[in-house]
Design a protein around this ligand. Structure first.
Ligand code: 6PG
Length: 252
């Protein structure tokens, strides 16, 4: 049974603080119940504030990092030192504390010249981790996947019109993004939709029109990639700031 909800925060800072508190509680609950918390991180700029809050004490000290395994929902096809790298963004905001066990951070090797090889390698890493550590036979069920949304309604690196949208079997693919004339490595919808929880962090006035499109104007359709995040059995939560929610009715 899948549920969808949304929470509107006054601004991006309030969203980051509120999301960090709820994420910490979620992690503590998962670790208490099964001794592990599997978290796939979002890229882009919106999550920076959240990761920075998670890295600061006392939040950091009360988060079960030793039992938390961090993955990446998508990555640009660049080395981890490149300014466009999602890993670099996470490194500078969260990992630079040096207090998260290196073995708990599962990076996409996007420096490989062949993006498809990077995707295959990460797919193997997911199979290895989930099939052995958690004995899953089907799609990996992440405890939490964090996602963002672009003004065009893309999420992770599943962009409108891209081939990755149609992938039904592989968990990770190299996806050509025409608008950027570049390849991205990304989770596919089977992985996103198998998750126990997916939180979509959406901030800023440039997202307001697409939020209206997605939640109101075409709410029961799948016109945009983010509308195809439909959990099989989990919780999809929109975390919005007021600017991104500006065109939504108050009842939202
Ligand atoms: C990426 C992200 C992407 C991002 C959205 C929103 O690699 O860029 O995975 O899906 O979440 O583009 O980006 P902003 O948070 O920068 O608005």
């Amino acid at each position: 049974m899948s549920q969808e909800s949304r929470h509107v925060y006054p601004d991006a800072d309030a969203l980051a603080k509120g999301a960090a508190i709820d994420l910490q509680r979620h992690a503590q609950r998962c670790v208490a119940e099964k001794g592990i918390f599997t978290l796939a991180l979002a890229g882009g700029s919106t999550p920076r504030k959240l990761y920075t809050v998670l890295a600061s004490d006392p939040m950091f000290l009360e988060f079960p990092w030793d039992k938390t395994h961090l993955f990446f929902g998508d990555e640009r096809h660049v080395p981890p030192t490149h300014l466009d790298s999602n890993y670099l963004m996470v490194q500078t905001t969260l990992l630079s504390t040096g207090r998260i066990p290196a073995g708990n951070v599962h990076r996409i090797r996007a420096e490989l010249p062949d993006a498809n090889q990077a995707a295959v390698d990460y797919d193997v890493e997911l199979h290895t981790f989930f099939n052995t550590a958690m004995r899953f036979s089907q799609c990996p069920r992440f405890d939490m996947i964090l996602l963002g949304m672009g003004p065009d309604g893309h999420t992770a690196s599943l962009f409108p019109g891209s081939q990755g949208l149609e992938e039904k079997n592989r968990w990770v693919v190299a996806n050509w993004v025409e608008k950027f004339k570049s390849t991205r490595i990304t989770f596919t919808f089977p992985v996103l939709n198998a998750a126990h929880s997916v939180w979509l962090l959406v901030c800023g006035p440039d997202k307001a029109d697409m939020m209206f499109e997605v939640l109101i104007a075409t709410r029961n359709q799948a016109n945009y990639p983010v509308q195809r995040v439909k959990l099989l059995d989990g919780f999809k939560v929109w975390l919005l700031d007021k600017a991104a929610a500006a065109r939504l009715p108050r009842s939202y």
